[in-house]
Design a protein around this ligand. Sequence first.
Ligand code: PMP
Ligand code: GLN
Length: 400
Amino acid sequence: MSNDSASFAPRPTAPDLAALLGPSKLPRVGTTIFTVMSALAAKHGAVNLGQGFPDFDCDPKLQRYFAEAIAAGHNQYAPMAGVPALRQAIAAKIARLYGRAYDAETEITITAGATQALMTAVLALARPGDEVIVLEPVYDSYVPSIELAGARPVFVPLDAARGYAPDWDRVRGAITPRTRALMINFPHNPTGRILREEDLRALEAIVESTGLFVISDEVYEHIVFDGQPHRSVATSPLLAERSVVISSFGKTFHTTGWKIGYACAPRALSAELRKVHQFMVFAVNTPGQHAVARYLEDAAPYQTLAAFYQAKRDLFVAGLARTRFRLLPCEGTYFVLADYSALSDLPEAEFAQKMIVDYGVAVIPVSVFYERPFEGRVVRFCFAKKDETLRAALDRLQAA
Ligand code: PMP
Ligand code: GLN
């Protein structure tokens, strides 16, 4: 049969399509800064400390588990909520670490990374006209998720003058009868801030006196430094009753490309979440879930993660101290912020471009985590990199 183009209707031209499409549902969304910076880094041969992903591989044992799961025939749809062995392993981990007994059958859902868990939680909870509070600087997927739900994001800044501490009075002040949920992320990307006991108590007081739900993004739960514990909202019975707790194995097992995460919430909340999840992905890749479930039988990989990254933080921080960047505290995550005002007056986005071209190091301007134009002089470095990569970046920065 002839395959020439005459047998097809003519393709509409670009302007026709734009007219047909009409206003975008997400008019302010373009390619994410993480992708843009990685592409620019590759183009200019810069050391990429921008996008947050490890440049080293995951454990060969975990790779073998994935291959063995495929060879064992785990290649068809997983149960909608996730492979039972993985849900049970997560339930056991949370019970051991945070003292909350989630029911693996009804309260834990395996998602395609934390990104899908976040979108699913927001779509399940926020209704058109609702307000959802986010803390600025805010991770890039939160606001589009809220907008797709037809809800309105309400921005409350973290207190930069107090090490990006959450300002619970301002959170309380932002609550209206329309407020449906609060989205939090600790350890916090990009500031590295962790929660204190008093933060949990303040949050409890807010949740107790309002009908607020909490969506708690805890993807960096195992990357907390200097002997501090991770204070999950799951450690608080009151908060756990009102929260969706989200995490991801991408950060914990150096497998950002596997896209396996999870959402834990009380039964009624999980039931709503699963209604969305079911038609967003139905289920997440099966062999990967089996591999992670098996790998979780050994607690060492996640229990040693904080020390592993603390050594990288310390290496990087010691090297950067010999430059004119001024480091900000880093309590957790694999990111550290640095003020560059001694080096340049340029706005952050321009300085980040200059760093790629002139210094040969890619970073993320912190202004991209703010809704409004933001006048800081701070960039984010990712230190989830081989020591040799960090040293190469430091050599370049020290010469700058
Ligand atoms: N939340 C935060 C704060 C993150 O930093 C990231 C990824 N870097 C995600 C969610 C997304 O996680 P995943 O890759 O598992 O979708
Ligand atoms: N969350 C990662 C970061 O903050 C990037 C993930 C992505 O590229 N979507 O750098």
